[in-house]
Design a protein around this ligand. Structure first.
Ligand code: ATR
Length: 283
């Protein structure tokens, strides 16, 4: 046991936050490792983020994860940002240091890549062009991961072209910004297509993307995990494409967070995955 004398605390700050399945996952790991601790959803409005983050230390929290809409705003609050989070331009995880200072990192990129590897063991980022839909915080982590893994060309399509353009300029390299009207054609010859927008999430419209140009050999991935199979993934599966949903990205990004907070790297097991899947299917 890492800290037998202390009740371990961590949480996720978001607004809204109650849909998040990360408390279930982290509390499963506390039980699995026989540790006394808890991971709680923290409903924090954007204007309260700084005070909430500064309260982590006096309350005895090891750290927290950040979700919508805090990932970019937290950059201006924490005391230290590692090179990866700085390059991605967003913080997904905060570690409270013994002196109370806050260190920010980003585990979404690791979560995305690990999930695709887990679900499609033969996957290679350098297999061909990748089309990424969306240029928000999620897209930044996905594009960074794809580029780092060797994607030869990333076609970045966003409703707001300027945002895609800014990201492409900032990241440089193999990323090319395309206009929203070009999204269907941008699938021509792609080895992979990733949805990083909120479209297809429960309560949102499906992603408006025609798949007729997408090669049948291409992999279709979504970072949305509620529902597990978005209309985009269902359409891809029906025409014979392999698909990867967003749940594993959530599960895997929790592993390095735990390692940083509690010194243990927990496992993403089929049992954990099934447990979380059940709550999504039942919702
Ligand atoms: P996150 O941090 O989860 O990525 P975000 O930064 O708000 O969230 O980004 C949301 C993404 O979904 C953006 O790419 C957004 O496009 P815009 O940059 O044009 O806003 C995209 N998105 C949201 N609603 C959309 C819609 N109705 N159609 C197409 N794209 C949409």
């Amino acid at each position: 046991m890492a800290h037998p004398d202390r009740f371990l605390l961590a949480g996720v700050m978001g607004w809204p936050v109650m849909h998040s399945r990360s408390p279930m996952m982290h509390n499963h790991w506390f039980a699995k490792h026989g540790l006394a601790g808890s991971y709680v959803p923290l409903a924090i409005r954007p204007e309260g983020l700084e005070r909430a983050l500064r309260a982590l230390h006096p309350l005895g929290f090891a750290g927290c994860n950040l979700t919508i809409p805090h990932k970019e705003k937290a950059m201006a609050i924490v005391d230290e940002i590692d090179a990866l989070a700085r390059a991605i331009g967003a913080i997904s995880c905060v570690l409270v240091r013994p002196d109370g200072s806050l260190a920010g990192t980003n585990n979404d990129c690791f979560g995305f890549v690990q999930n695709v590897r887990d679900e499609q063991p033969g996957w290679r980022a350098d297999a061909g062009p990748v089309t990424v839909i969306g240029a928000g915080g999620g897209s930044r982590a996905v594009c960074y991961g794809l580029a780092r893994e060797g994607a030869p060309e990333i076609r970045l399509v966003n409703r707001t072209f300027e945002r895609a353009q800014a990201l492409a300029e900032e990241f440089g390299g193999s990323i090319k910004a395309l206009r929203w009207a070009e999204r269907h054609d941008a699938l021509e010859g792609a080895a992979m297509v990733v949805n990083t927008t909120s479209q297809g999430m429960v309560g949102q419209e499906p992603l408006d993307l025609r798949l007729d140009r997408l090669p049948k050999s291409a992999l279709a991935a979504d970072i949305v995990y509620i529902p597990l199979e978005t209309p985009f993934l269902a359409a891809a599966r029906r025409r014979g494409n392999r698909t990867v949903n967003g749940l594993g990205m959530l599960l895997h990004q929790g592993r390095p967070a735990w390692k940083a907070w509690f010194g243990i790297e927990p496992e993403v097991t089929p049992e954990l995955r099934r447990m979380v899947e059940k709550t999504i299917q039942a919702a």
